[in-house]
Each structure stands twice: as structure tokens, then as C-alpha cells.
Design a protein around this ligand. Structure first.
Ligand SMILES: Cc1ncc(COP(=O)(O)O)c(C=O)c1O
Length: 391
């Protein structure tokens, strides 16, 4: 007998491939035999010293209520609104910023604010492997829509074809994990026009959730447009975990597009607070909130990340791999030689090199490399990639 709720079971089923991989990919391998772990977007070097200083300062109490219950505090909200307004060229209101436990918390909040049981949310394929589980946890329904073949651009016609009367949200992840594609303003405008038309047909808005945790991780000066600039019914989620390469510090936010009608924004403001409380006090811990002004100024070396992209992309394509050249994010995405990522990743693992099989993204022929490994790890991985280049 299964004692669990149907939604807990469905949540597990939506993510068990990832957990099976996570719990087993290095089993039986001693640390000394690992040449390069390029699987998850985790840090492999000591944290940024400025980050440690900022957190330490936030830990030092300066008032009796320093560690009192915190919701979305006024000062960090104002800091985020000002920074986001400058970055995106849109006038964000501090009250339209909900501080959350990372992008995970912001995504879960957006889903809880918009989705009733059975409502549908369109997510990209390939795409980040946690959307479906977060949706299932709320009894909502993930609808995977493939990105354009070859370019991984948004396929607006395919999104339109997937819309039903139950569709409430389209998730747009830009820059995109795992392909590194950044969507153009032109494509986003096309999506916005389609959603405006479909929303009118349905008699209520279909929202965009713009999942932007990699927004500041861009290469070659690539431009960025947020869907919030072209579509009023947009919610942005963000995380400091990527730019700081510190995903264990849980802080991010959900921001409402300033062009959303005011009456709707007022409704969201009130409901966000109560949903965050009811959702398990989904606010960042107090020291992180005090540190926001500093966190806004700190970031990893994007030039070094770009160097790692160039090194790996150059070497792999030279050996015949078909790889994307990411415009942003931590990742390199490509076709496994021979078209079987499970076999290919095992071959690399035998050499002490670990990458993610495309099975985790419902794309079993492909694989993902994380650029968060050190330069030394990347150099050490190259002979294994060369040896595995022939399927
Ligand atoms: C596309 C995407 N969205 C959201 C998240 C969640 O980010 P965080 O763990 O910083 O909340 C991730 C993390 O890998 C991601 O890749």
C-alpha cells in the first residue's frame, strides 16, 4: 500500500531520473579517480572572498530584531527594484519584488499564485529538470513543448498548438539551460503577440514565467531582453546562486512586470506574502537579506567562464562533436557520439570524467557539460573526450 499522497508520488516520478543519477553517478569511484566532475552547476573552487565578507556582516547583529521573523524586507526590495530597473530598463516597484529562497522558491511561488489543480503549464524541451516536479507538487500539469530543432529557439507555433483552455503559464528560460541560447527580442515579441491573441480568445491572461537565473551569465557581450519588456503578464524569477556560484545560499526573487495592470499587481502583492508564509516561510534567511546590496555588486569571473567555454567547445568540435556554442549559462550541450548518451557518459566515467546524460532532459541522444569545473579539471578531461569522440 502506498501511504503517500498522489501528488507526492507524482512529484517523485517527475524527478526520479535525476535523483537516480545524482545518487549513483560516482558510486564505487574513489575521489582520487575523479579527473573532472562536470555534471551539476556546482562550485569547485573556494567561494568569492567578497561574498564571505558580505554574509559575515549580515550575521553580526546590530539590533534586537536582527534575527526576528523576516518576510520580504523593505531595504533589499528597494535595492532589487533599483538594480533590476537599471538592468532591464523598466521601472520596477519595490512592492512588486518578493524575496524568495532562490529561483526554486520564486518558481514555486509563481506556480502557487497562478495554478489550480489540473491547470497546465508549458515548459521547454529540453529544459531544466525540476519544473515538472515543482508543478506536480502543486497538482498542476507540465506540458513539454520542444524547442526549434537545431537552433533551440522558441517555437512559437508549437507553443500555440499546445495551448488549451487550462493553460495558465508558459515558462521561458533565458539564457536557457541546457543549451545556452538567449532568445531575441524579435522572437519574444512574436511569442507575446501570440499569447495576447490566445489570452483574448480564452478570456483571461496566459502568463509568462521568465526563468532568468543565468541572466548575468552571458558571453561576448550578448544582449538580453526579458519577456517582461514585451509582455505585461510576465513574472520574472531570479537567483543570486548562479552569478555568485553559491547555490547553497538560498536567495532570489519573483518580480512582476511593471507593465502589468495595477489592479493585478496589487492582487499579486497581497497573495505573494500569504502564499510564501503558507508555503513554508519561503523567504531568504535574515543575513542574506541584509547582504543584498553587496550581493548585487559581486559576481564570478565571466571572462574565465567564457574561456572555459571556448576551450571545450573548440576542442570538442575539432574532434567531430556536434556542440552548441552557448551565448550564456554554465553549460555546453551537444550530441553524444553514437547518439546514446548513457553509453557515452559511461565511457567517459571509466576515464574519471563525469558529464550529464541527456536522459535527464528527455533527450537521450544528447549530453550536457558544466563549465563550473576548474580550468585544470577541464584540461584533465580533454583526453577522455578525445578518446570517446568516435561513437
Ligand atoms: C533554469 C533553472 N531555473 C532555476 C534554477 C534554480 O536555481 P536556484 O537553485 O538558484 O534556485 C536552476 C538551477 O539550476 C536552473 O538551471
Amino acid at each position: 500500500m502506498n501511504v503517500l499522497s498522489a501528488r507526492a508520488t507524482a512529484t517523485s516520478a517527475a524527478i526520479d531520473t535525476v535523483f537516480n543519477f545524482f545518487s549513483s553517478y560516482r558510486s564505487g569511484v574513489g575521489d582520487g579517480d575523479v579527473r573532472a566532475d562536470l555534471t551539476f552547476g556546482n562550485p569547485h573552487e573556494m567561494p568569492l572572498p567578497e561574498l564571505v565578507t558580505a554574509i559575515r556582516a549580515g550575521m553580526e547583529p546590530r539590533a534586537t530584531d536582527w534575527f526576528a521573523y523576516k518576510t520580504s524586507e523593505e531595504e533589499p526590495r528597494a535595492v532589487v527594484a533599483a538594480a533590476l530597473s537599471a538592468e532591464l530598463g523598466l521601472p520596477f516597484h519595490p512592492e512588486d519584488i518578493a524575496l524568495t529562497k532562490g529561483a526554486f522558491g520564486a518558481i514555486a511561488l509563481a506556480f502557487s499564485l497562478l495554478l489550480d489543480p489540473g491547470d497546465e503549464c508549458i515548459i521547454p524541451l529540453p529544459g531544466w529538470f525540476c519544473y515538472a516536479a515543482i508543478l506536480r507538487a502543486g497538482n498542476a500539469v507540465p506540458v513539454q513543448v520542444p524547442l526549434a530543432e537545431g537552433t533551440f529557439d522558441l517555437d512559437v507555433a508549437a507553443i500555440e498548438a499546445a495551448i488549451t483552455p487550462r493553460t495558465r503559464i508558459v515558462v521561458v528560460n533565458t539564457p536557457h539551460n541546457p543549451t545556452g541560447v538567449i532568445y531575441s527580442r524579435e522572437r519574444l515579441t512574436e511569442l507575446a503577440a501570440m499569447l495576447t491573441r490566445k489570452s483574448a480568445e480564452m478570456g483571461r491572461p496566459i502568463f509568462i514565467l521568465s526563468d532568468e537565473p543565468y541572466r548575468r551569465i552571458r558571453f561576448d557581450g550578448a544582449e538580453f531582453t526579458s519577456p517582461a519588456a514585451v509582455y505585461p503578464y510576465t513574472l520574472i524569477d531570479y537567483s543570486y546562486g548562479k552569478i555568485l556560484l553559491a547555490p547553497g545560499l538560498r536567495i532570489g526573487y519573483l518580480a512582476l512586470s511593471p507593465s502589468m495592470p495595477e489592479a493585478d499587481r496589487l492582487a499579486f502583492r497581497a497573495a505573494a506574502l500569504t502564499s510564501q508564509i503558507a508555503g513554508g516561510w519561503n523567504f531568504p534567511d535574515a543575513p542574506l537579506q541584509y547582504a543584498v546590496a553587496d550581493l548585487e555588486r559581486i559576481g564570478i569571473d565571466i571572462g574565465a567562464l567564457q574561456g572555459k567555454r571556448d576551450r571545450l567547445h573548440g576542442a570538442l568540435t575539432q574532434w567531430g562533436y556536434r556542440m552548441t556554442r552557448p551565448a550564456g549559462t554554465f553549460y555546453l550541450w551537444g550530441r553524444a557520439p553514437g547518439g546514446n548518451s548513457a553509453r557515452f557518459t559511461r565511457k567517459l566515467a571509466d576515464q574519471g570524467v563525469f558529464v550529464m546524460p541527456g536522459t535527464l532532459f528527455d533527450r537521450p541522444a544528447d549530453f550536457r557539460i558544466s563549465l563550473t569545473g576548474t580550468e585544470a579539471m577541464i584540461e584533465a578531461s580533454l583526453p577522455a573526450f578525445e578518446a570517446a569522440a568516435v561513437g
